[in-house]
Design a protein around this ligand. Sequence first.
Ligand code: PTJ
Length: 243
Amino acid sequence: MIPESHPRYRSLITRERMASGARAGVVALEGLTAHGRGEAFDYLLGEETSTSAARAERVAAALLKTARHPVISVNGNTAMLCAGAIASLQKVSGAIVEVNLFHRTDDRITAITRILEDAGCKVLAGPVARHIPLDHDRGICHADGMAAADVILVPLEDGDRAEALVIMGKIVIAIDLNPLSRTARTATLPIIDEVTRAVPGITAAYESLDKGEADRLVQEIDAAQYLREAIQTIRRRLDDVLD
Ligand code: PTJ
């Protein structure tokens, strides 16, 4: 039992949740190591949404609002961490929710779909094929989902697919705590924030955006600036410790 008084209570409870997700086959075992990498970057970033990330979340909302065919791609980690938040974002934005896995098995697709549906998501079903030119299974998706999308939100991505999607001409919004990752550096819009904060942040922004502001925000996306600001935050925090 983890006492609520523990200074790292939230982090420890989340780890328990991820471990139970791994035991249930929802989270890939590799997903636990990915989570640990995320924790380390969140620690360096101060475990809060920076002003810069909040701005990126507003731009993400604008991209979803102005999209013709927006899709939210969900993997095991994201489903385990924030299925309810994904459902809320789908409710306000009308985006398609599609399960897309690196470690793809039918059992995991079923388990992740169930978690999302229990949380209130409508999950895209039907036949899939390799529509994204990748050798691994993240290339497998739905013709009327990711393959037809103009804007795709990809939380906790691996860089290969982000790159392939950008080459296909799609607008990729990545949520990734690591500002040095290939995903963050490849995405049209990198959101350097923790997924359980970022997704509700996008939803709140979506609700307060009018069409005029949305149209304006999508004209001025400076991806490199968000990466620079995250790295500056880490540098400042390290300097504060050394001073
Ligand atoms: O469920 P599957 O089979 O699709 O597998 C999912 C994983 C996460 C295993 C797969 O996508 C993977 O291997 O991802 P990577 O390449 O390890 O990248 C994950 C990125 O997400 C890393 O840069 C982490 O820093 C970041 N990350 C981890 N946890 C979080 C996070 N970013 C935001 N919020 C988090 N909670």
